[in-house]
Design a protein around this ligand. Structure first.
Ligand SMILES: [Zn+2]
Length: 333
């Protein structure tokens, strides 16, 4: 069998050119190479491709990262092992996965100072997680859990990330993803294939979490006791052409202040929006804020409104984040 060789001791997969032999590679790099490993300390993972690719790796790294490989490599190598089951003195392990999947997985076996491969899609991440799970690589699964909640994944497809995190028992990632799902109203949540691999219990717990956060977020916009400052322009006793003020309680109920009608309307509508999508992203949307600026640009409130509302929104978002973070999400992973 003719195999292409790829030294996984050179952790940058992109430096490999198909058809390049290990010897050529060594000539072209000053990095530690496969040939510098004592054959007794290394093992070869052979891909399942029609033209297999060999990955040479330190046994110790596989043993540390995977109880599966630790057990496999603890088995004694028969002294009469045929030459075709050895590669330059190293034992060959025939893998069930193709080279590209092995190549994505192996860098995660190395210590953290090694540059990690860029997993561009959730499909690539899924196959890598599947391998890590299959070979019982807990440390690698943890690293992949951190990749799973990268903004490019969790902001784009939080439901799918949540389902993947549940499937592989990645609790921290599942909690982060669950928080991101709050950007979606219930009708906006769609089926994703990964849901086939999680329990109905965990999916229902996510729905319960949504309703709990929805109630909490709506309450933040309805009860102003968390607003501690009464010098905002929208708490003003003087008359204005934009309408009469209504007294509201702030500062834990200790202060009764007159609130402008446009501010109360903003809070009412923000409360409705947060009830549907109880997320900081809802608060940061521009539409309701722009309505406020349009409404107040010709009245006496106008001058300070923009600065005050931006400052108020910071306080509002901190309170919302605090309250939502207090909502318990029970998961059974
Ligand atoms: Zn006004």
């Amino acid at each position: 069998m003719t195999c292409r060789s790829r030294s996984s001791t050179i952790p940058s997969p992109t430096s490999f050119t198909p058809g390049t032999s290990v010897t050529d590679k060594i000539k072209n790099t000053s990095t530690l190479s496969a040939n510098s490993i004592d054959p007794g300390m290394s093992v070869v993972l052979r891909s399942s491709d029609e033209a297999p690719v060999d990955f040479t790796i330190y046994k110790a790294l596989l043993i540390i990262s995977s109880p599966f490989f630790a057990e496999l490599l603890s088995l004694p190598q028969p002294p009469d092992t045929p030459r075709e089951e050895m590669s330059e003195g190293s034992a060959i392990i025939q893998m069930a996965e193709p080279a590209e999947a092995i190549e994505r997985l192996l860098p995660f076996v190395y210590p953290r100072f090694v540059t990690m491969p860029h997993l561009a899609t959730l499909e690539e991440l899924q196959t890598t997680l599947q391998m890590a799970s299959k070979y019982d690589m807990k440390g690698v699964e943890k690293c992949l859990g951190e990749v799973l909640v990268a903004p490019r994944f969790v902001e784009e497809d939080p439901m799918r990330v949540f389902a993947m995190a549940c499937r592989y028992g990645l609790e921290d990632a599942a909690r982060i993803a669950a928080k991101h799902t709050l950007r979606l109203s219930l009708p906006e949540r769609h089926y994703v294939a990964e849901m086939e691999h999680i329990s109905a219990g965990n999916l229902q717990r996510l729905v319960d979490y949504y309703f709990a956060c929805s109630a909490v977020a709506a309450a933040v916009a309805r009860d102003f006791s968390w607003v501690m400052k009464d010098t905002f322009s929208f708490f003003h006793r003087g008359g204005c052409s934009c309408g009469a003020s209504t007294y509201v309680l702030i500062a834990g109920g200790s202060m009764n202040v007159p609130a402008r009608a446009w501010w109360l309307n903003y809070m009412k509508r923000m409360g409705e929006a947060l009830k549907e999508r109880p997320s900081l992203a809802t608060l940061m949307k521009r539409d309701l804020m722009e309505e406020v600026f349009e409404k107040t640009k010709t009245c006496a409130c106008g001058r300070k409104t923009i600065l005050d509302m931006l400052e108020f929104r910071e306080i509002f978002s901190a309170e919302l984040d605090k309250r939502i973070s207090e909502v318990e999400l029970v998961l059974n992973l």
